[in-house]
Design a protein around this ligand. Structure first.
Ligand SMILES: [Zn+2]
Ligand SMILES: [Zn+2]
Ligand SMILES: [Zn+2]
Length: 366
């Protein structure tokens, strides 16, 4: 393959991946289905269900046109292959063209089938139909109930546009690229199944714990689905979600940034060199919580190699007095709560003698 073809292929593959999975850069550039077709899609606030029926339809249509777009682009990028003359091209290209056309035609057939009887066959309408009984006569009346509740400003909403979670007064909704999952709050129960921790690092703005919750419904027609959210949003979710939440994996949910920071703090202290307790010295209980032994000692370790050290840390001469959790909480409490990205690099005074220390100076007592 010559270089213009290869470069076009690479660029097109990257473009397709970004277009389908839409990273933040593509969102800010406005290269999303929602933006490109905004005038036809209408307003999500006015008609949530109708909007997503249209959006998923356009999404399917545009995504299924990507292979044929590649073929057409190739006609321009590699004119010497004569891809425009279908009967002269190689078997491989002809098969590709046929396959792309099949994909496109199939998606059109799906859409025509969905759109019959006022979009009655669309997967979203089908999902709503499962909730018709007892209070609604048809799926349109379920849709009207969702639309009304979505318009209220006190709903809970979170997540990237491709995986948005919305909880209204009586509904739990999850919006994905091709579908909207719906469960009635009064019929569902929720289970915390997984937690992933992203620690505070120099390139992340704040530590994060991502929770995965499974929404099951007692209604057999409703398939269970997973929702994801940050642990700091869990409190807001609880406020809106009246369904019982079970914590299956015994996940410890850190609802504040300080609690999340404690994990990072612990991990960093593990990396620092330990402090060997001098012989004859006894370790006492932590004077903060009186629950566990004091297991930390502040030793000025940062910038020990550079002679002209610019750190403002000082040597602390206190004996071990604090446990790791208490010292971590103290460290977090002295930070700018609005800017967690500065926490790792800042210094705080020793709680006892006020000598300044940074996270690199905290040693575990061995
Ligand atoms: Zn303590
Ligand atoms: Zn001290
Ligand atoms: Zn230091």
């Amino acid at each position: 393959m010559e270089s213009p073809e290869l470069s076009f292929t690479l660029v097109y593959v990257v473009f397709c991946l970004c277009f389908v999975f839409t990273p933040t850069e593509f969102h800010s550039a406005g290269l999303t289905i929602q933006n490109l077709f905004s005038s036809w899609l209408g307003s999500e606030d006015l008609g949530f269900v109708q909007y997503h029926v249209r959006r998923t339809t356009v999404t399917l249509l545009v995504h299924s046109a990507l292979p044929i777009g590649y073929y057409m682009g190739m006609c321009v990028a590699a004119p010497d292959r004569n891809l425009g003359y279908v009967f002269q091209v190689s078997d491989g290209w002809r098969a590709f063209l046929l396959l792309s056309l099949c994909v496109q035609v199939t998606s059109w057939m799906f859409i025509i089938y969905w759109s019959r009887h006022h979009w009655h066959n669309h997967p979203i309408s089908r999902a709503l139909e499962a909730h018709m009984h007892p209070s609604h006569s048809d799926w349109c009346s379920v849709a009207a109930s969702i639309n009304t509740e979505f318009r209220r400003i006190d709903k809970f909403a979170t997540g990237a546009p491709g995986a948005r979670v919305i909880v209204t007064d009586s509904w739990v909704l999850k919006v994905t690229t091709y579908h909207v999952y719906v469960a009635l709050q009064s019929e569902c129960h929720v289970t915390v199944t997984e937690s992933r921790q992203h620690q505070l690092s120099p390139d992340s703005a704040s530590p994060a714990q991502i929770l995965t919750l499974r929404v099951d419904s007692i209604n057999p027609a409703v398939k269970p689905f997973d929702i994801r959210l940050q642990s700091t949003e869990y409190g807001d979710l609880r406020e809106k979600l009246h369904a019982p939440i079970r914590n299956a994996a015994n996940v410890v949910i850190h609802q504040t940034i300080s609690e999340l920071f404690l994990e990072t703090f612990r991990a960093q202290v593990e990396l620092n060199q330990p402090y060997p307790l001098p012989t004859g010295q006894e370790v006492e209980s932590c004077i903060g919580c009186m629950q566990v032994l004091a297991c930390t000692k502040l030793v000025k370790l940062c910038h020990t190699d550079g002679s002209e050290s610019d750190s403002d840390c000082q040597q602390c001469f206190c004996r071990p007095m604090w446990c790791l959790s208490c010292l971590g909480r103290w460290f977090a409490s002295r930070q700018d709560q609005q800017r967690p990205e500065t926490w790792l690099s800042s210094t705080v005074p020793c709680p006892t003698c006020r000598a300044r220390f940074c996270i690199l100076d905290v040693c575990a007592v061995r």
